[in-house]
Structures are given as C-alpha cells and as structure tokens.
Design a protein around this ligand. Structure first.
Ligand code: IMP
Ligand code: MG
Length: 178
C-alpha cells in the first residue's frame, strides 16, 4: 500500500517495513555491543509498542527486563506542549541502567519529562533509543544515544505512530502528503 487515508488526510509511504527492520536491527546491534549491565528497557507507550517488541527480540544481553510508561503530549498533528503522566513505574528502579525506547522524538518535551521523572527515582544511568528523530523540531540539549533515522519535520504515522490514535497498525511508516 503506497498511500493511506486517515481522517481525510492522504499519507504516502515513506519508510518501508524492510527499512524499519534494518533500522531496528542496527539499534539492537549497537545496544548489544554496549554490554550494558542488567539493563531495564522502558518503552514509552503507546507509540513505541511495536518498536519495543521488535527490538527486544534482537537484544542478546543477559538478564534484560522491560517495563512500560505512558505519557501524552499530542492531540492531532501539533504538540500541545502539555504533558500528562498516565502510567508510571511503581517498583524500585534505583541504581538501574535504563534504556528508554521512544517511537519518535520531536520537540523533546516528552523525553525531558521522562528523564526528570527517572532521575527522581535515582536510577543508575539513562540511555535513550529512538526509532525516529526530528532534528529541526528538537529544542533540548539531552543527548540521544541511539537514533534509528533522522527525518524532516513532517508528520508521520504507522508502525506504532498515530494520527489521533489511528494508523498504529500500519507495517510501513507514512508521511503526510501536502
Ligand atoms: P515531543 O514531546 O514533542 O518530542 O513529542 C513526542 C511524542 O509526540 C512522540 O512520542 C509521539 O507520540 C508524538 N509525535 C511526535 N511527532 C509525531 C509524528 O510525526 N507522528 C505521530 N506522533 C508524533
Ligand atoms: Mg501519539
């Protein structure tokens, strides 16, 4: 499927399923090579659920764990700037080596909030892995350790990413056609 329509907007195929597979393998290989001790992956829901599922199957470091966090900053296609914490981490994660899994980093507001929250929990270290990154939109100084692909400042859907909750199931990533 080269095009898809969501809420009367036309999206065209941008990153194929095969390319996504290669990007995810690439990040997994880098994380494996880092030999992080007993890492705790934290997947940021909802967007990173497919990325998290695919990357975890490629992680070969012993004693890995995964947990999930849910925050939201988007309504429609524009960041509201407002971030709500929806689901947190309840167990003791002090001293743990965290590897955050994000679907996409846009302004960096969400990332900043999550890092603030994790720092309060006195974690040992935090590394950030994101499938997609929008360098033109990024406003923060936080270092991103693993970037799958840097993209232009376009709105994208598919492979976990939504437009008003629609499109997360698409195996390819699509971008808005204007
Ligand atoms: P940020 O806080 O501005 O970095 O935005 C991060 C969150 O906004 C991501 O985790 C996504 O859920 C959402 N988001 C940002 N850009 C896009 C996009 O192009 N398509 C779909 N969701 C996006
Ligand atoms: Mg979203």
């Amino acid at each position: 499927m080269k095009e898809t329509i969501i809420n009367n907007n036309i999206f065209k195929q941008y990153i194929s399923e095969d390319e996504i597979t290669n990007i995810v393998s690439d990040i997994a290989n880098k994380i494996n090579a880092s030999n992080t001790k007993k890492p705790l992956f934290i997947s940021v829901l909802n967007g990173s659920f497919l990325f998290a599922a695919d990357i975890m199957r490629k992680i070969t470091i012993p004693n890995v764990e995964i947990s999930f966090i849910k925050l939201s900053s988007y309504e429609g296609m524009k960041s509201s700037g407002e971030i709500r914490k929806l689901i947190g981490i309840n167990s003791d994660i002090s001293g743990r080596n965290i590897i955050l899994l994000e679907d996409i980093i846009d302004t960096g507001n969400t990332l900043e909030k999550i890092i603030e929250l994790l720092t309060k929990k006195k974690v040992g270290s935090i590394k950030v892995a994101t499938l997609l990154f929008k360098p033109e939109a990024y406003k923060k100084d936080i270092h991103i350790d693993y970037i799958g692909k840097s993209i232009e400042n376009d709105f994208v859907v598919g492979y976990g990413l939504d437009y008003d909750e629609i499109g997360r199931n698409l195996p390819h990533i699509y971008k808005l056609k204007n």
